[in-house]
Design a protein around this ligand. Structure first.
Ligand code: ADP
Ligand code: MG
Length: 246
């Protein structure tokens, strides 16, 4: 393969868990090790993402190896791509093409505490998926009602939502999460220790597929929330990124 210049680590990274996958020093190394689709790599460079950040170097291999993950990394360190790259890789082809092996219906759900954050995640996801026809839905009252139609719903690949909006559709019987294989909770500290917790529990209970992968991302995780997270995950790997000189 191509020669790689090792990334100078900008962050102190600690990992915990069984058989932690080795981190990668570059997106090229990631492509080589996991055969991730070239269009994702080219979308990364087109958007100016030349080198993985600390959480991306350590977190992406964990998720690509189908492990559950608790990732704690400061604001601005690139947590969004840490889960979007593996989710898009795992989805392979859009549901709208024939995929008898994976069943129908939404396969990935990303939850964020505010509409603004969900909107930002949606934008990143669109950038990364350029050239592919995945149906990536930013959940709102309007999109929720279009999904009331099962034939529309069955073609959705990824839903990005706040907890309340998603639970409203679940309770209305307008959505099921039985085929979800990837569940991501972003900014988890703002959802686990708050009035959102009952909604998070309901979403977790609605994701009934036995092979679901769960990932939790946060800038901080107070001890109480960390305990809740570890109980929610299966054989998890925990990654903590600390900024140097702080
Ligand atoms: P966090 O969720 O950790 O706060 P974001 O995912 O919002 O961080 O990313 C913060 C900023 O860094 C965004 O503007 C994003 O586009 C940019 N970014 C993410 N990953 C990279 C990368 N590998 N190289 C350069 N910029 C990146
Ligand atoms: Mg973020």
């Amino acid at each position: 393969g191509a020669e790689q210049t090792p990334t100078v680590p900008k962050h102190r990274v600690t990992t915990k868990g069984t058989n932690v996958p080795e981190h990668v020093d570059s997106f090229a190394a990631l492509k080589e090790r996991y055969q991730i689709p070239s269009h994702i790599i080219s979308n990364l460079s087109h958007n100016g993402y030349m080198q993985p950040t600390g959480i991306q170097s350590y977190g992406i291999p964990v998720l690509l190896e189908s492990r559950d993950l608790a990732a704690i990394s400061p604001t601005g360190t690139g947590k969004t791509l840490s889960y979007l790259i593996p989710v898009l890789c795992a989805l392979g082809s859009p549901t709208s093409s024939v995929r008898s092996d994976v069943g129908s219906g939404v396969r990935a759900v990303i939850i964020a505490p505010t509409r603004e954050l969900a909107h930002q995640i949606h934008n990143e996801c669109l950038k990364l998926s350029q050239g592919r026809k995945w149906r990536i839905v930013l959940f709102s009252k309007a999109t929720a009602s279009t999904l009331a139609d099962k034939s529309v719903r069955d073609k959705v690949d990824i839903i990005i939502s706040t907890p309340l909006r998603l639970v409203a559709s679940l309770q209305g019987g307008k959505l099921d999460l039985n085929n979800v294989r990837h569940l991501v909770l972003d900014e988890a500290d703002r959802m686990l220790d708050s009035e959102f917790f009952p909604q998070i529990e309901e979403i977790l209970a609605s994701c009934t597929h036995p092979n679901i992968q769960k990932a939790v991302f946060s800038a901080t995780l107070p001890a109480g929330a960390e305990k809740v997270v570890m109980e929610m995950l299966h054989d998890p790997i925990r990654i903590v990124v600390g900024l140097k000189d702080t």
